[in-house]
Design a protein around this ligand. Sequence first.
Ligand SMILES: [Ca+2]
Ligand SMILES: [Ca+2]
Length: 419
Amino acid sequence: MKKTVALVLTGLIPALFACGGGSDGTATNSVPADDLSSLTWTEETSLPNNGGSASSVVGCNITRSSDGVVTVFYTIKSGGFGIYFARSSDGGESWDGPTEFTPSGFGSYGPNVAIDSEDRMHVIWEGQSPEGVYYSSSDNGGDSWTEAVLLKEEVGGNIISVDRNDRVHVTFHQGDPNSPDDISEIYYVRSLDRGETWDNAQLLSKKDQQHSAWARFDFSGTASDSLGIIWRDKRAGTTWDIYGAFSEDGGATWTEKVVRETVDKQWDPMSLVDADGRTHVSMMEMPKGDAFEVEIRYAYTDDGGETYSTFQKLTDVRSRFPFLMYNAAQDLVWLCWKDERDFDFETGDANADIVGLYSLTGGDSWSDLETIAAHPTTELRFHTFHLGTDAILRTVYSYFGPEDDLERVYYSQRSNPQN
Ligand SMILES: [Ca+2]
Ligand SMILES: [Ca+2]
C-alpha cells in the first residue's frame, strides 16, 4: 500500500513525525520557512532476510531494468554469511526472495550493481577464495549468472558503473587505509564489451607510501569521454585531502589531480559525471579544531579537474557520507547524505536520518533539504540510492530492531520532483 509520508523537522528535535494517508499538506501552514519541505515518499518496506541479520552496502546495490523491475543486492547473516538479492515489480511494495547470489561464495560481501542499455546486470563483490574483487553478469534479470571472474586479488572498496556507451568502469583499493603498514592505493579497470573481457587494471593514485582509498563514482548518465573519479588521500598527513583521476578518452588513460586540499579533514568523497561531461564532486569535511562538526561540501569542474566552482557548504547540521545521482533526460542531480541533528550527546548515538536535495540547474542552485527516512532514536546506516531513467529516486538503508537485535534492509522511493 502506498502512503503519503509528511515529515517536518525543526531544529535539533523532530517536532512532528506524521504518517498517514490523506493527511499530506496539513502541517505546512505552520512550518517556518527554514524547515524541510513536505514530500511524498512511499512507506518503507523491509526486504526479506531469511530470519537473519541483513545489511546494505557502501556503493550502489540497487538497479532497475527497462521493464520496471527493481533489484536490490545485500548481505544476510543467517547461519552462513553471503550475498542475496530481492526483486520488486510493484515499486517496492512487495519483494520476492531473498535469492542467493550464486556466483559468490560463503563470506562474500560488498555487492555493487550497474545495468547497461540491454538490461545486462553487472555485479562486483568482495570474495574470499582467493580474496579479491569478483565480477558476474546476468541477461535475464538475475535468473542465471555468468561464472565469477576474479578482477584483482587482495583488493576491496569496489565500485562499478556502466556509462551510456555501455562501457563498464570499476574501481577498488589495494591495501588497508586503517593500517600504518599496508598502504592502500586506488586501481581502475574497464570493459569495452559489456563485461566479456577486461583491460588490465591501472593504478590511479600515486604510489607514494601514503594512503589513497575509497573512490566512489557514478557514470551512469553520461556518454562523455571526460570522466572523473575521486578518493581520499593522506599524502598531506593526518588531515586527509581529496584527490582524483581525470580521463579525456573514456577511461583509457588517466591523470591524477588535486581536487580539494585544505587544513580541514576531507573524507568519503563521490564524483558523478553528467551528460555534458561536467564532473560533480561531494565530500564530507571536518573543520580543524571542532571535533563535532562535519560538513557536506559540493562543487563541479568543467575542465577535467583543473578548476572548480566554489565548494559550497550544503547544510549547517552535522552530516556525513554524501551520495550523488543523476537523470540525464531531466538534467536532474540528487545529493543525499546522513543527517545527525538527532545526535545524542549522553549516549553518543548519532541517530542518523537520511536527507537530500536536488538540482535542475547543473549544480548551480539546489532545492530545499528534504527528509528521506527518519527514525528519531535509531541509526540509519549504509544508505544507497538509484535514480533511474524514470527519474524516480530509490533508496535502501539498514537499521537494527526495534523489536530485536537483527539488522534489516529497508526500501523507499520518491516521486519525480518535476511531477
Ligand atoms: Ca597514495
Ligand atoms: Ca585536508
